[in-house]
Design a protein around this ligand. Structure first.
Ligand code: ATP
Ligand code: MG
Length: 202
C-alpha cells in the first residue's frame, strides 16, 4: 500500500467499500445459529455469557443449562438473578460424579439435563439457549451426538443455541454455524501457578 499514490489509494478504498456494501446488502437478515465454543484455551464460557448478556439487553428470553457442577461460582449467578423475568437458569450438574464410579447415574443426570435443554430449545419464547459444558458430557459418552443433533435440527428458525466445552465432537462442528476454538497461548495458572481469581475466572 505504501507505494500507491493518494489517488490510487482512494480508488482502492472506494472499491473495498463497494464490495463490503454489496456483501452487507446481500446478507441474510436473521438466522438462529448453532454456536460452538471449544478448544483448550480459556474463554469458552465467558464468551457465551457475553452473548447471553447481549441477548438479555435486547429483551430476549434466555435459558442456561449448566452441565457440570461447580463450573460457575455465585458472581455470575448474582448478576444474572437480576434478570429473573427473562432468564431461566438450571444447574443440572449437581449430581454428576464425573469419575466413572457411578457411570449409570452420570448418564441419567446428563439425560435429564438434555431433556431440560430440549424443552427450551423447542420453546418459541426463548431466543438464546446456553448449554454450558455440554461438549464434555458428549465427549464422555454420557450423551449421544445423534440425539443432540436431532434436537438441534428441530429448533425454531430464530433460536440461537450455544454449546460450550472442550472436545466438541466433529459431527457437532460440522452441523454448527459458528465455531470458535480457543487456543491457549499463555495461562496464568499454567505459567505462573496463579490461582483462579474473582472477576477473571468466576
Ligand atoms: P472460562 O469459564 O474462564 O471462560 P472456559 O469455559 O474456556 O473458561 P473450562 O474448560 O470451562 O474453560 O475451564 C474452566 C476453568 O479452567 C477456568 O477457571 C479457566 O481459567 C481454567 N482454564 C481454562 N483453560 C486453561 C488452561 N489452558 N490451563 C489452565 N487452566 C485453564
Ligand atoms: Mg467453561
Amino acid at each position: 500500500m505504501a507505494d500507491l499514490t493518494t489517488e490510487q489509494y482512494q480508488q482502492k478504498m472506494q472499491r473495498r467499500q463497494e464490495v463490503q456494501a454489496d456483501r452487507i446488502a446481500n446478507a441474510i437478515a436473521e438466522k438462529g445459529l448453532v454456536i460452538v465454543n471449544t478448544g483448550n484455551g480459556k474463554g469458552k464460557t465467558t464468551a457465551a455469557l457475553g452473548m447471553v448478556l447481549r441477548s438479555l439487553g435486547h429483551g430476549y428470553r434466555v435459558a442456561i443449562i449448566q452441565y457440570i457442577k461447580g463450573a460457575w461460582e455465585p458472581a455470575e449467578k448474582n448478576v444474572l438473578s437480576k434478570f429473573a423475568d427473562q432468564l431461566e437458569f438450571h444447574a443440572m450438574g449437581e449430581g454428576f460424579t464425573w469419575d466413572t464410579q457411578d457411570r449409570d447415574r452420570d448418564i441419567q443426570m446428563a439425560q435429564a439435563a438434555w431433556q431440560k435443554s430440549l424443552e427450551y430449545i423447542l420453546d418459541f419464547n426463548y431466543r438464546t439457549i446456553l448449554l454450558d459444558e455440554v461438549n464434555v458430557a458428549l465427549k464422555l459418552g454420557y450423551l449421544q451426538i445423534e440425539e443432540v443433533l436431532a434436537g438441534l435440527r428441530q429448533k425454531p428458525a430464530n433460536t440461537h443455541v450455544i454449546l460450550t466445552g472442550r472436545g466438541a465432537p466433529p459431527e457437532l462442528i460440522e452441523h454448527a454455524d459458528l465455531v470458535t476454538e480457543m487456543q491457549p497461548l499463555k495461562h496464568p495458572f499454567r505459567e505462573q501457578g496463579i490461582k483462579a481469581q474473582p472477576g477473571i475466572e468466576f
